[in-house]
Design a protein around this ligand. Sequence first.
Ligand SMILES: [Zn+2]
Length: 167
Amino acid sequence: MIVLLAFLCDFDIFFSKYAIDHNHRMLITHSIIPGVIIIILGIIINWIPLIIGGISYCVHVIIDTFDWGTNFFYFQKKQIGFKLLITEEEFNNLSEQISQFKNPGSFFDNKYYGNFRCIMIEILIFIIMVLSITFFAFRYLLIIVIYFIFLSFHLYRHFKLKKIESS
Ligand SMILES: [Zn+2]
């Protein structure tokens, strides 16, 4: 449940069409609100795993502020965060930037995989994940398989986009 709550909110991608700019990170699911509600619920019913699950939901949203930013406080309707991958200028002319690619997704993909800091953060989080599962939940070690399933999905997409752009 804790692991599921850590990535559940990314399934809001299927509701992108209802989001501002069709950006799933603008949806309420990518704000801090659901995580806080889960934590409060966990406190009310006094269920520690639910509290930790709420924290893992929040960690996801916080990590999403590093690369592109996310609609953190929701009611502000503004994508906030460190936005390591995008400059203010690019952010304001996003549609023009995206139009330089055959597939719109390539703009984001290129930026992400071409960024040394993002790859380092990714590796660091992977190491923290392996260590915390090993120390706190060793009998669930096999859950790491889920990580590799999603990783291969992302890498497959990455190389497919590269192929499209170079063709
Ligand atoms: Zn996300």
